[in-house]
Design a protein around this ligand. Structure first.
Ligand code: F6R
Length: 579
């Protein structure tokens, strides 16, 4: 988490950096800061809170600069803990994304040597170490220091006299943007896409020297490495709101197009029918792991291959019983999630084949897996995942059918029909938005959707929401049911319809309020529901794709009615690059 950016060229750096930071805010928004070099001295603005606050401060002059938007790990959100940090002589300044795990030891050593610290962060040690290691060459100083650091980092550092930004990466994303007599460094391409589409991805264990007219990449031993220039295949328009109140709403509405694009995905030989693996292990976090759970039901049903669904942060510390006969699939929108990346690295060590279902092209996981399939959602800016989720579902469905040599069919018109529910769901949200607790229930394929619906609601509206398999209610959670705790019941006309129907009746018998997501034409369900959201009828296996839409819209409208910051919910960041 945290977003970093650097600029070097002939233009004023301040506004370019702040505009870039605004696009990186999805990575964290606890504080923001910018530093430039002007007349051989460092100029710094930093402030707790959103990037917007930087715009209210006097503009900094200078054609070289670095900037940062923070998601706090060490030290609370405050001006004091905002990046960039400087050394005690005000000669060096640095921004950092990641966690320095051995910072306490490093800090103690530096303090003993008389260094004065001005923040509570782990990051600050790096700039003091660089100042100490410096003997006339910033790149050489950074090369020395990276070898002392344990943990993860992407960093940019400048010196008051230098005509160069030095970047370094181990575990957190960093790329170089190549302009015309100007160059950039950034956590991701959205920060610089309005200036250039030509990028070089910095790999782990690389240091990069960026001048306005040259870029050089080195390994941590200082050996120069070849550069691979890539072209970004999306544009600024896709990273803007286009008239929608929030990115989340725009992204919900983009789903028909995303699904059409994802339907074009092809799998290669590794996944051909009869491919050489005995079982599939899916590793992912959050929404991506709920997509994985749908994938489990679908692959097992369609392809009859056993699938284990593992939460990546748990998987990486468990006894790892996978082997070369397993296929491990990582699902990730960002392709940078630290736990999912670690799970993939572990799987590779164990000799398993690895496949990534990844949205961000050339992201770290995409580059590390044996084979990658891009999920084609396009840039997802809202912190709450919507279109990335449905594109992950389509990819998993396609995979299930591919494994048996069949083509997956889906009529995207059904998604368009589901989106027509927007107005009625807004009305429903007006009825329920003041509730403080919600239950979500579903059986079989609807259970992962209950989890996803509850997650969407809690993360953007801050309402407590819990999801259960409908059959589990009577084993405890039904004690929570009361008039004050509405239940969202997912009960399409499928093979478990009657079972879920009975569970809804049990809730009604205890005075619980029930909003049911049901199949269009199901009149009977009205008897046990306070409100019904009717979705178009589809084949049983396809309901998760349709059910996702009203769940997303409901969470969106509830959060909007509660005046929550829908695209940037508190405490969250879109790309979770720390454990
Ligand atoms: C919730 C959400 C998160 C992510 C999770 C994994 O709306 O977006 O739960 O799904 O942090 O992120 P990726 O997919 O980037 O690995």
């Amino acid at each position: 988490m945290c977003g970093i950016i650097g600029y070097i060229g002939d233009r004023e750096a301040n506004d370019i950096l702040i505009a870039g930071l605004e696009r990186l805010e999805y990575r964290g928004y606890d504080s923001a800061g910018v530093a430039t070099i002007h007349n051989n001295s460092l100029c710094i603005n930093k402030k707790e809170g959103r990037v917007q606050n930087l715009k209210e401060l006097p503009k900094l002059s200078g054609n070289v600069g670095i900037a940062h938007t923070r998601w706090s790990t060490h030290g609370k959100p405050s001006d004091r803990n905002a990046h960039p940090f400087t050394d005690n002589t005000n000669s060096f300044t640095l921004v950092h994304n990641g966690i320095i795990e051995n910072y306490l030891e490093l800090k103690a050593g530096l303090q003993e040597a008389g260094v004065n610290f001005t923040s509570d962060t782990d990051s600050e040690v790096i700039v003091h170490l660089i100042a100490k290691a410096y003997i006339g060459n910033l790149k050489e100083a950074v090369l020395k220091v990276v070898n002392y650091l344990q943990g993860s980092f992407a960093l940019c550092v400048i010196n008051k006299d230098s005509d160069e930004i030095i970047g370094a990466r181990n575990g957190s994303p960093l790329l170089v943007g190549l302009g015309d007599n100007e160059n950039f460094l950034a956590s991701d391409a959205s920060a610089i896409i309005e200036h250039t589409k030509k990028v070089i991805y910095v790999n782990d264990f690389e240091v990069v020297g960026v001048k306005k007219d040259s870029v050089n990449i080195y390994d941590f031993n200082g050996n120069e490495k070849p550069k691979e220039i890539k072209t970004i295949n999306w544009d600024l328009e896709q990273a803007q709101k286009s008239g929608y109140k929030h990115f989340m709403l725009k992204e919900i509405y983009e789903q028909p197009k995303v699904i059409e694009d994802s339907m074009q995905i092809n799998f290669n030989e590794m996944l051909n029918t009869g491919a050489n693996f005995n079982r599939i292990i899916i590793v992912a976090c959050g929404t991506a792991s709920y997509a994985g759970l749908v994938g489990k039901y679908v692959i097992e049903k369609v392809a009859k291959v056993p699938v284990i669904n593992e939460i990546a942060s748990e998987f990486r510390y468990k006894e790892c019983l996978i082997n070369e006969n397993d296929l491990v699939i990582a699902i990730s929108q960002s392709g940078e999630t630290a736990d999912t990346l670690a799970a993939i690295r572990l799987a590779k060590q164990k000799g398993a084949k690895t496949l990534g279902l990844i949205n961000v092209v050339d992201s770290t996981i995409a580059r590390e897996v044996d084979d990658v399939v891009y999920t084609r959602a396009g840039p997802e800016i809202g912190v709450a995942s919507t279109k990335a989720f449905t594109s992950q579902l389509i990819t998993l469905y396609k995979l299930a059918f591919h494994l048996i040599g069949e083509e997956f069919q889906f009529d995207v018109e059904k998604i368009k029909q589901a989106l027509l529910l927007n107005e009625s769901i807004r009305k429903l949200a007006k009825k329920y938005y003041q509730s403080t607790n919600f239950l979500y229930i579903g059986r079989n394929l609807s259970f992962p959707l209950a989890l996803e619906g509850a997650l969407k609601l809690k993360e953007i509206s801050y309402i407590h929401a819990e999801a259960y398999p409908a059959g589990e209610l009577k084993h405890g959670p039904i004690a929570l049911v009361s008039e004050e705790m509405p239940t969202v019941a997912i009960c399409p006309r499928d093979s478990v319809y009657e079972k879920t129907f009975s569970n809804i009746e049990e809730i009604k018998a205890r005075s619980g309020k029930v909003i049911t997501i049901a199949t269009s034409g199901d009149e009977k369900i009205k008897k046990v529901s306070d409100d019904v959201i009717y979705i178009p009828e589809v084949q049983e296996i396809l309901y998760p794709l349709i059910v996702a839409i009203p769940l997303q819209l409901f969470a969106y409208h509830v959060a909007d009615l509660r005046d929550c910051d829908v695209d940037k919910p508190r405490n969250l960041a879109k790309s979770v690059t720390v454990e």
